[in-house]
Design a protein around this ligand. Structure first.
Ligand code: UD1
Length: 364
């Protein structure tokens, strides 16, 4: 029996691990162990997702909580090392690009435990983003690089990663989207959020570069205010953003047609996004989800590590200048091109990853 340890820690991890754990249940010869680092800990940021996605209760809860990048990363490393020494996994699976991803991969690599990275090869080229550092480090020390799209393979090859470590498997987040879409109806959220099908926008905002600086946050607020004159906007507020709004005195600065809510669970949020007219976001995952759903998306950043959502999907990179955002909004309201769902974003990525992992482990 071989042991696979899966690591999750922050909200965008859960929907990437859940389909893989499910797929590996059908492969004989594996014991699966789930580790939750506790990088996110609020019910709405963590447990609500575990419940919605049907994830098993974690075998280890590391409880690291919030801290500076160095402290948070170090805490994950210290606690995860104990797990690895106890469980002696044959493989550690990490997903995405959060601090927990990088921390766990460093620990495993130093204990000579092979690391598989799901969502490998994405690059924004912007090292001011903490996630970009996490991506580069994790990919550099991973043994199995599972990529969502061909551009990610190109990035890894250009960095000198050997071809035989790279496996183009598709986008596992879309497995979760397609699986839960039948449950995602507006009736689920109507008691809290009164919106008409196709008649509203959804906003998410949490990047430090957007919300930690008052001037930038103000520009985004101005743009959203102008958009809300045309279309009501639902805004589930991330805890970091909530804190900054409070500090900057922005709590009451939003027009009435911007509906502020607490962070939502996975299926409630999918209900909102899948029926929206437009999504405005600085998230990485939401760029992909909107492309998979065929919903227009404006990305409030200067760059993206997911260019395929622009070239093939519904995404526009508009930054934080209100004029550019509003021009993007006009284009999104009457889109010129018909988007397509990228290859292998088909809901079957977890099965492909399970096959790769089975082959890798049987060869060791
Ligand atoms: C983290 C990830 C980011 C991801 C995002 C999704 C890193 C470097 N960043 O950013 O890639 O897109 O999660 O949400 O890993 N807080 C709470 N409750 C929680 C979690 C956080 O109140 O459950 C507050 C804390 O004050 C914390 C702040 O939010 O200091 C930021 O949390 P943190 O995990 O440091 O970064 P995120 O901005 O959430």
């Amino acid at each position: 029996m071989k042991t696979i340890v899966h690591v999750v820690g922050a909200r965008p991890n859960y929907m990437k691990i859940a389909p893989l754990i499910e797929a590996l249940k059908h492969v004989n010869g594996f014991r699966q162990v789930l580790v939750n680092t506790g990088q996110h800990y609020d019910d709405a940021m963590s447990r609500a997702f575990v419940r919605d996605l049907g994830l098993p209760a974690p075998d280890h809860d590391l409880g690291v909580g919030s801290a500076s990048h160095a402290v948070q990363t170090a805490r994950v490393m210290m606690e995860f090392e104990k797990v690895c020494l106890g469980d002696r996994p044959n493989l550690v699976v990490v997903v995405g690009d959060v601090n927990s991803t990088m921390a766990a991969s460093i620990v495993a690599a130093k204990l000579l435990i092979p690391v598989a990275h799901v969502e490998a090869g994405l690059r924004s080229g912007d090292r001011t983003m903490p996630e970009e550092i996490n991506r580069i480090v994790t990919d550099r020390i991973s043994d199995v690089l599972l990529t969502p799209s061909a551009d990610a393979n190109q990035n890894l090859l250009a960095e000198g990663v050997p071809d035989d470590k790279i496996h183009l498997v598709g986008n596992i987040m879309i497995d979760s989207v397609l699986r839960h879409l039948p449950l995602a109806t507006l009736d689920r959220v109507r008691d809290r959020i009164a919106v008409e099908d196709g008649g509203y926008g959804v906003l998410t905002l949490h990047r430090p570069s957007n919300v930690d600086e008052r001037r930038v946050f103000q520009r985004i607020l101005d743009a959203i205010g102008a958009i809300a004159e045309r279309l009501p906007v639902v805004f589930p507020v991330h805890p970091r953003t909530r804190q900054r709004m409070h500090e900057f005195g922005f709590d009451k600065a939003w027009p009435a047609r911007v509906l502020l809510t607490e962070p939502l669970g996975y299926i409630d949020f999918l209900s909102l996004t899948s029926h929206a007219r437009i999504i405005l976001t600085d998230s990485g995952g939401l760029q992909e989800e909107s492309t998979a759903l065929g919903i227009q998306c404006l990305t409030l950043r200067e760059n993206t590590e997911r260019p395929i959502t622009v070239t093939e999907g519904t995404n526009q990179i508009v930054g934080t200048d209100p004029e550019v955002i509003l021009a993007g909004f006009e284009r999104a309201m009457s889109p010129a091109a018909t988007p397509r769902r990228p290859d292998l974003w088909d809901g079957r990525t977890a099965g492909r990853i399970a096959t790769v992992l089975r082959n890798v482990l049987s060869n060791r």
